[in-house]
Design a protein around this ligand. Structure first.
Ligand SMILES: Nc1nc2c(ncn2[C@@H]2O[C@H](COP(=O)(O)OP(=O)(O)O)[C@@H](O)[C@H]2O)c(=O)[nH]1
Ligand SMILES: [Mg+2]
Length: 272
């Protein structure tokens, strides 16, 4: 398999997290690891191997442009894992995931996180990012009419762990992705072609503060053509009501009143 890691390095902590991400890789499964880093030059020890390439840019990229820089190294129909560089997956879980990818016949897998705990600097509640992801995932599932397809196990669409065959990944049009949300774009485009994802369970590590601001994420999501052109009050209301039932596994310990307030805030911020 190939692995593409986009990494924005802003301090010692993010450099360390990148080192851990790379240290957890089982090299026997890997054809090429492609690291596209930006910000500070990462202070890491890299494997001396022709299985490894590193492109560094001091500025001017986003996560999804960085990922696309890696496409020129991809050949054939091997699996490509898009992996965040902030050590998002617990060590053993990552090992199991690599094992599974090495034998799967699937065209496309999406990592389903055990917990969604994310922090953007400007979010106002502990669970704001969780609600934002689940609400907008549900919106996409509704708009793309996929409720029946994924009944009982709704994909974790905005998880950073996407695994797709190289030839398929290269056909995705990312021109609509400004900053955040390439996962939603991939999900939408492949779904429209009838390519279904397989969810694969992953155990997450505690996450560092996000490089994205909450407001930026909301604006980016609601700016996608496939959202914007199809939204109205009614679909937003239905989506608000359906989300907890689509993702009961994440709603177990949550307060529904808090959820409703957060959704109202998201819709107000979205200003579509
Ligand atoms: N190369 C590159 N990587 C980025 C950029 N922005 C974000 N990333 C990486 O994309 C991944 C996801 O970003 P992160 O801030 O962790 O988002 P979150 O987990 O959704 O809160 C991380 O590995 C970041 O380092 C960027 O502008 N350039
Ligand atoms: Mg992260």
């Amino acid at each position: 398999m190939y692995i593409i890691i986009p990494a924005l390095i802003s301090n010692e902590e993010s450099s360390k997290a990148l080192q851990k991400t790379i240290d957890n890789i089982e090299w026997k499964y890997v054809k090429k690891l492609i690291l596209i880093s930006q910000g500070e030059m990462p202070k890491i020890t890299l494997p001396q191997s022709d299985k490894f390439v590193h492109e560094y840019y001091d500025k001017g990229l986003t996560k999804w442009i960085a990922i696309q820089k890696g496409f020129k190294y991809l050949e054939g129909d091997e699996m490509v894992m898009l992996l965040d560089g902030d050590d998002p997956i617990e060590k053993n879980s990552f090992k199991e995931l690599m094992e599974e990818i090495s034998t799967t016949r699937a065209d496309w897998m999406v990592g389903k996180r055990d917990e969604i705990i994310l922090y953007s600097s400007d979010q106002h509640g502990q669970n704001s990012r969780l609600y934002l992801e689940l609400f907008t995932n549900t919106l996409l599932i509704l708009l793309d009419e996929l409720r029946e397809v994924y009944k009982g196990n709704t994909p974790d669409i905005q998880s950073g762990v996407y695994i797709i065959r190289a030839n398929i990944l290269k056909t995705i049009d990312f021109s609509d992705v400004k900053s955040y949300g390439g996962e939603l774009t991939i999900f939408h485009q492949l779904s429209m072609r009838g390519v279904r994802c397989e969810s694969v369970d992953i155990v997450t590590n505690a996450s560092l503060q996000s490089s994205y601001r909450f407001k930026t994420i909301v604006e980016a999501i609601f700016d996608f053509r496939f959202f914007k052109s199809r939204l109205n009050e009614k679909i937003l209301r239905i989506c608000g009501e359906l989300t907890p039932a689509m993702y009961p596994e994440y709603f177990r310990n949550l307060d529904l009143e808090e959820y409703r307030r957060e959704v109202a805030n998201i819709v107000a911020l979205a200003d579509f």
